[in-house]
Design a binder for this molecule. Structure first.
Ligand code: DGY
Length: 321
């Protein structure tokens, strides 16, 4: 048995587990729910590699407990805002994620959420289930079309680009994007780089596809909602923390914006009695962006390969720091 010890904080798909078991000495938290922090801390100090999930808060305490033995932390996700990467950098711990393999699943889900929200599909499904479907009415459950609309995307990385590619065939008028810098591939979808204010002011539908960083935290707040069109729809499949949720509630109830579709929230899970949950013009999904077997199998595989690469003295595929 290898003496490279790895701890996995959740049950993960078999393709990843197999790679790890073949090459490392693996222990896992067998629950489907997030591992309690005290339990995780018990294992730190005795492992070379950690496979964590986006729900695990890998803070200074956890990293310090890992001691000098800890060489690599990989998350089975694209987002890594739950890992204190700065602390890892100081301690020369490699941090890795699972880029690329969930691009299509998250982009598909984002488009689905946009359509769900814009066409009021959840209300339609509920009306059938609740026996509210009466005779056809000309002005009942009318939503808005993507055709001829201006779409704004915050973050034209792989996922944002995947969303742009998917909305373009709907006959949208313009695609605007804002990011830390302009990207060359934007021209393939005719996306125009703008400053943040222009994007939120001119877009009919604004889609958040960015990471959570100090610069994007609560970027969508009271001030931003005031700049948006009253008919605007906000979609978030990036990270919940990009949106200030109290301000969003205010904007949705006061008519500052028209509707929102959220696949990510702050906190997660969002309590079922949270005010946003009760709103008809807010569609909330339980962070399902990458929930396909294709993506999850690949994510587990990449996370495992990240660990094995570091074990073999190589840079991991999903190198973050
Ligand atoms: C990720 O990989 O960061 C996604 O949010 C998972 O759905």
């Amino acid at each position: 048995m290898s003496n490279f010890k790895v701890y996995v904080t959740r049950r993960i798909p078999e393709p990843g587990l197999k790679i790890l078991n073949d090459q490392c000495d693996v222990t896992s938290w067998e629950g489907d729910d997030a591992i309690p922090k005290e339990e995780l801390l018990k294992h730190m100090g005795d492992i070379d590699g950690l496979v964590c999930m986006l729900t695990d808060d890998i803070d200074k305490e956890v990293i310090a407990k890992g001691g000098s033995r800890l060489k690599v932390i990989t998350t089975m996700s694209v987002g890594y805002d739950h890992i204190d990467t700065e602390e890892c950098r100081k301690r020369k711990i490699v941090v890795a994620n699972t880029p690329n393999v969930s691009t299509d699943s998250v982009a598909e889900l984002t488009l689905s959420l946009l359509l769900l929200t814009a066409r009021r599909l959840v209300e339609g499904v509920d009306s059938v289930k609740n026996g509210e479907w009466g005779p056809w009415k000309p002005m009942w459950l009318c939503g808005v079309e993507l055709t001829d609309r201006t779409i704004g995307i915050l973050g034209l990385g792989r996922i944002g680009y995947g969303v742009a590619k998917r909305v373009k065939p709907f006959g949208v008028r313009r695609i605007l994007y804002h990011d830390v810098h302009e990207v060359s591939y934007a021209k393939e979808v005719d996306a125009e780089f703008t400053d943040f204010d222009t994007m939120v002011t001119e877009s009919d539908m604004v889609i958040i596809c960015c990471n959570l960083t100090a610069a994007t935290r609560h970027k969508f707040n009271k001030e931003t909602f005031k700049k948006m069109k009253k008919t605007a729809i906000l979609i978030n499949s990036g990270r919940g923390g990009v949106v200030q949720h109290d301000d969003l509630y205010e904007a949705l109830t006061s008519g500052e914006i028209y509707a929102a579709g959220l696949d990510v929230t702050e906190p997660e899970p969002l309590p079922h009695d949270h005010p946003l949950v009760g709103l008809q013009n807010c569609v909330i999904l339980p962070h399902m962006g990458s929930n396909t077997w294709d993506s999850r199998n690949h994510m587990a595989e990449i996370a495992a390969r990240n660990i094995v690469s570091v074990k073999n003295g190589e840079d991991p595929y999903g190198l973050v720091n």
